[in-house]
Write a protein that binds this ligand. Structure first.
Ligand code: WT7
Length: 629
């Protein structure tokens, strides 16, 4: 790939010529002139039990509806339609365990058998169309089966990342009123067992809705089984009820497919709701175009199914495209920092999609680790979750991609369900910029008053038009959906990010403008961290902020005011950090806890986190006129 101007890379023209989008600019222009037509054409590439009447119904905006009147089921397109064609015997998933010995492969045919079995079992537990099922599983094949099985029977899955605490899990189970929880005895984390079933036991102890818990055996640690409530998946699989085909439930395009909890600016996580039809069309086409999916590809998205990236680009997008995906149970550095490079070589991965934080952490170990492996199978790289700093981009490009692989920096959110800003292979690459809006999409960067800012100036990033895979609402909270996304600038979707645009129309994401912190690409709300802190008996008040961190992007720093009778000290600081880790998630563990007498607040009592942030970085504290005293 030629570097023409400083920090501008022009890929070999052959890349565009042989891709699904040989001329991105003209497709962009064409799709933007008629987004509805563009999406209708994409939807035609998939199968529907009944065709839609209306592509986009905006009569109740911002409650947009897509493909109304259409009937399908995402699983029909992820699995069923492949069973009668050339993909029947193709590998859908290749799975490798953390221990490097456990290895499984599933063709589309055998994936179907597994999903049928899981679907039959879920059904036998009284779960019907529309019911919510909580999935709390590690990166093992059953998480794929469970998600697809729910979708197949029309149940709504709620996947919780298997690192969340019992408290966090319990509140999400209760909020979704799940009847069924699917978990494992434990998960493998760097050679040690993380006791998932124990956490589920704590979480469901007082749950009014959970009737059954399915337990997949993975780590063989001892667990307690409630004779009436808990069932080993192995035992259930042996029952006659598990056998045979389970019909794929015909769904309306707008029927819910899943909810996924994500952090917002209040303590209560929001449940983002996605639907069968639009989400299917969006994830299918964004993956196809952006990563130029081809039959011979071996796609590896390193995300966990517990996050939206895992939902859209590990489970649904790849199977909708009939692609072969690789899933790895472990992390990048165990037992050695060459683990991912070794797997890329061993499995001949062609397209590798990961997060800047992982790239930065691997970069620190030096070039020798990737250089020990033959990475020549790679043809495309991808990045997601936070802005990628140019140094990490350059390293990924030069050392991992050997200067040959374009890097797709994809900007999107749990809410958008699919890529919103990205390049496609063959387009000019600017390290650190996510590129341009996806086909049919338009964005704007606005000032406080809602006027577009000039090129190069920072402003609020908004999406100008709805997209098929965008959230339909916040589950059980339509008002919060309107308030959060559609109120600041009526008719435009507020992303919560700030950004700037350059004269070529490339978008440069700066970061969150709200009380959300991206830590290692994971999304956390300051309020969640604060409420975990104040649940500790020593803490009277707490504030959490994110400060720049070399590897994690941002790290959490906490400020706490102690209750009378407690003394500040290193030990207490450490136990507060542990407390957050246990009561929210290890991801949320503050790097630093500082004891203060008082928090900066507005006269109305709101914590002024920006003041803490400015002080911590030695920056100008800005306008302090609203500060209490
Ligand atoms: C936030 C959404 C959807 C993927 C996983 C994260 C940040 C995401 C990028 C990128 C710069 C990015 C934004 C966004 N973000 N991708 N390529 N460049 N920032 O989903 O947890 O819902 O977080 O992640 O701040 O708003 P999420």
């Amino acid at each position: 790939m030629r570097q023409t101007e400083p920090d501008v890379y022009r890929p070999d023209p052959a890349i565009a010529a042989s891709s699904h989008v040989p001329d991105a600019d003209s497709l962009r222009e064409q799709a933007l002139a008629d987004p509805v037509g563009f999406w209708a054409d994409r939807a035609e590439e998939l199968e529907w039990f009944q065709k839609w009447d209306t592509v986009l119904d905006d009569s109740e905006a911002p409650f947009y509806k897509w493909f109304t009147g259409g009937r399908t089921n995402i699983v029909h397109n992820c699995i069923d339609r492949h069973l009668t064609g050339p993909n029947k015997n193709k590998l859908a998933f290749i799975w490798m365990g953390e221990n490097g010995r456990d290895h499984l492969t599933f063709s589309y045919f055998s994936l179907n058998r597994q999903v049928n079995m899981m679907a039959n079992i879920i059904k036998s537990m009284g779960v019907v169309k529309g019911d919510r099922v909580t999935i709390y599983l590690p990166r093992i094949p059953e998480v794929l089966f469970a998600m697809l099985a729910c979708a197949k029977i029309g149940a709504v899955h709620s996947v919780i990342f298997a690192g969340f605490s019992a408290d966090a899990l319990a509140s999400r189970i209760d909020d979704s009123e799940s009847k069924l929880v699917i978990t494992a005895d434990g998960s493998w984390v760097n050679g040690k067992v993380f006791p998932l079933k124990d956490i589920v036991d704590q979480a469901v102890r007082f749950s009014p809705t959970v009737e059954n818990v399915i337990v997949v055996r993975r780590t063989h640690n001892e667990v307690e089984m409630d004779a009436l409530r808990d069932h080993w998946y192995d035992d259930l699989k042996a029952l006659p009820i598990a056998k045979g085909k389970c019909p794929t439930e015909p769904m309306d395009a707008e029927d819910p497919l899943f909810i996924l909890y994500t952090s917002g600016s209040t303590g209560k996580p929001k449940a983002i709701l996605h639907t069968h039809g639009g989400y299917m069309v969006g994830t299918y086409s964004t993956l196809k175009y952006t990563f130029d999916i081809r039959p011979e590809d071996r796609w590896w998205c390193t995300a966990d199914p517990g996050w939206i990236t895992g939902h859209s680009y590990l489970v649904y997008g790849p199977t909708l495209n009939g692609a072969t995906s690789f899933m790895f149970e472990g992390g990048p550095t165990y037992p050695y920092p060459n683990r991912w490079w070794q797997l890329i070589e061993h499995y001949g991965i062609t397209s590798f999609y990961t997060a800047p934080t992982a790239i930065r952490s691997l970069m620190r170990f030096g070039d020798a680790w990737p250089n020990r492996h033959d990475l020549s199978s790679l043809r495309l790289l991808g990045s997601v979750g936070e802005p990628i700093n140019p140094e990490a981009w350059q390293w990924f490009h030069r050392v991992v991609g050997k200067g040959q692989c374009p890097i797709m920096d994809t900007w999107w959110q749990t809410e958008t369900g699919m890529f919103q800003i990205t390049q496609v292979p063959g387009e000019v690459q600017k390290p650190g910029s996510a590129g341009k809006p996806f086909f049919g999409q338009d964005v704007e960067i606005l000032n406080e008053e809602g006027e577009p800012v000039s090129d190069g100036d920072e402003g609020f990033l908004v999406l100008k038009n709805p997209a098929p895979a965008m959230l339909r609402t916040l589950y059980k909270d339509d008002q919060r959906y309107i308030d959060t996304y559609w109120s600041k600038y009526p008719g435009k979707y507020l992303t919560g990010d700030s950004a700037r645009s350059d004269s070529d129309g490339y978008i440069w994401i700066i970061g969150r403008t709200d009380d959300v912190i991206k830590v290692s690409g994971h999304r956390l709300g300051t309020a969640e961290v604060e409420s975990a802190l104040v649940s500790h008996p020593a803490v009277s008040e707490a504030a959490a902020i994110g400060l720049p961190h070399e590897v994690k992007g941002n790290a959490i720093h906490a400020y706490v005011v102690l209750r009378v009778g407690y003394e500040p000290g290193q030990e207490l600081g450490e136990s507060l950090r542990q407390h957050v880790s246990q009561h929210l998630s290890p991801i949320a563990k503050p790097d630093d806890v500082q004891f203060v007498d008082k928090l900066p607040k507005t006269r109305s009592g709101k914590i002024m986190r920006r003041v803490l942030k400015a002080r911590a970085q030695g920056l100008d504290e800005g306008d302090l006129s609203t500060l209490d005293d």
